[in-house]
Design a protein around this ligand. Structure first.
Ligand code: ADP
Ligand code: ASP
Ligand code: MG
Length: 425
């Protein structure tokens, strides 16, 4: 008998029919003798719908008071899911009880819309498990020390599930979704993408942080910190497939390096359209200038990603960096109002139509020429690279948004990731 956490995403919970199928699957695991905790997301489209309603009433909800209410609204999607799933299990004759994050409690800080879990009180859950019940806990939701409902950021149910698994020291956390594992890149963009039977924790962390939304980055961080055995698999297989076969399907996130295994240099390609580029033109090139520009941006609590400073001509240079698109207007305001007058630069230019494409692989540590192959591939496609950033196991480039899919497909092929059987067949 093992303690298992299942997480089901929005599409997996998308209708009462889908919820019934989830209940049948969970019942199968419970009847096999496992203690089961299930963490579902809101039904697909529901969180967007709720946030859309909120936006109709207050288009720019960004004060702490407004963000608190956004969370109060958004958290209701998961509230409905847990109750429905508990009913569906009871209909199968399986004892089940549902809890909101505030009832467990899943304690978080007060950073509304992107709260971080600080502690999980698992007494109630353990008692229910011992009493033979399936425990269903809302994804995405938490409660702060003042008793306010919080949410963990979009895609946060993954993090709820892994955090619950860590707190309970679960034997495994299974993330059921609408694809049958982690692929070399998003299969919606590249049909030739291949499913990976395993991916190293470090690669998964990079893929998630660089835009592969199959797992929320924080869930991967949690899994690494607490060594939670984590697997991504499909909820769209027939619910009654052999449980052993199911338990071994999908993609396992691995923590140990298998030295003997011949690994691809590049494991996968990630991309996102979440960033915007901002350039400060005609900056006097003198010591401390990067701090003069980025200090006020950081003070405004805005995260900066890729940065480049050009060579100077006649004592002047251009300085560019990227921020999240949601922070674009605020960043330009800070620069125009605070930075330009202080440093005497010429102007601020912005571009929201960019994308970031990244190649990721632990093999890049021991192979040279990987980044140059990336640059050559893009140049052969006539794609101009606007910015570059590298770390030990990834290289990212910032491109015009219109080239994103072309770049991802070309790189996927160039690094030998295409599924030949499908490509040729
Ligand atoms: P859920 O609602 O189950 O949490 P998500 O939509 O958040 O599902 O995540 C699953 C989706 O992630 C897939 O449908 C797929 O389009 C996308 N995705 C992006 N990158 C990858 C990748 N490398 N491998 C698999 N899926 C990916
Ligand atoms: N329902 C939330 C969202 O849509 C959380 C999740 O699905 O993981 O972002
Ligand atoms: Mg998700």
């Amino acid at each position: 008998m093992a303690l298992i956490v299942h997480k089901y995403g929005g599409t997996s919970m998308g209708s009462t029919e889908r919820i019934r199928s989830v209940a049948q699957r969970v019942a199968k695991w419970a009847r096999a003798g496992h203690q089961m905790v299930v963490v579902p997301s809101a039904m697909s489209g529901e969180t967007n719908r709720l946030l859309g309603l909120a936006k109709e009433l207050l288009p720019n909800a960004n004060t702490p008071e407004a963000l608190r209410e956004l969370d109060a609204v958004a958290a209701t999607g998961e509230q409905v899911s847990v109750g429905l799933l508990a009913l569906a299990l009871q209909a199968q004759g399986v004892p089940a009880v549902s809890y909101g994050g505030w009832q467990v409690a899943i304690e978080t800080d007060s950073a509304f819309t992107k709260a971080r879990i600080s502690r999980i009180d698992d007494d109630k859950v353990r008692a229910d498990l011992s009493a033979g019940k399936v425990v269903i806990i809302t994804g995405f939701q938490g409660i702060d020390s003042e008793g306010n409902v919080t949410t963990l950021g979009r895609g946060g149910s993954d993090t709820s599930a892994v955090a619950v698994a860590a707190a309970l020291k679960a034997d495994e956390c299974l993330i059921y979704t609408d694809v049958d594992g982690v692929y070399t890149t998003d299969p919606r963009i590249v049909p030739e993408a291949r499913r990976l039977a395993t991916i190293s924790f470090e690669e998964m962390l990079e893929m998630a942080s660089l835009g592969s939304k199959v797992l929320q980055i924080r869930s991967v961080e949690f899994a690494g910190k607490y060594r939670v055995p984590l697997r991504v698999l499909s909820s769209f297989t027939p619910w009654d497939i052999d449980i052993q076969e199911e338990a071994n399907s999908g993609t396992l996130i691995t923590f140990e390096e298998d030295e003997k295994m011949e690994k691809a240099v590049v494991a996968g390609i990630a991309f996102n359209r979440d960033e915007a580029k901002i350039s400060v033109i005609g900056v006097p090139d003198r010591p401390g200038i990067a701090f003069s520009i980025l200090g006020p941006v950081a003070d405004a609590n805005i995260d900066i990603d890729v940065i480049i400073q050009n060579v100077s001509h006649d004592g002047k240079t251009d300085f560019s960096f990227t921020v999240h698109r949601n922070d674009y207007t605020r960043t330009v305001d800070v620069l125009r109002n605070k930075v330009l007058p202080a440093i005497g630069a010429a102007e601020v230019r912005g571009d929201t139509k960019i994308c970031k494409v990244s190649i990721v692989g632990i093999g890049m540590r021991s192979h040279v020429g990987v980044a140059s192959k990336m640059f050559r591939t893009l140049s052969e496609e006539g794609i101009n690279i606007q910015m570059i950033t590298t770390s030990e196991i990834k290289t990212s480039v910032v491109l015009d948004e219109k080239y994103m899919e072309l770049a991802v497909r070309a790189l996927h092929k160039a690094f030998g990731l295409d599924n030949e059987a499908i490509a040729e067949g």
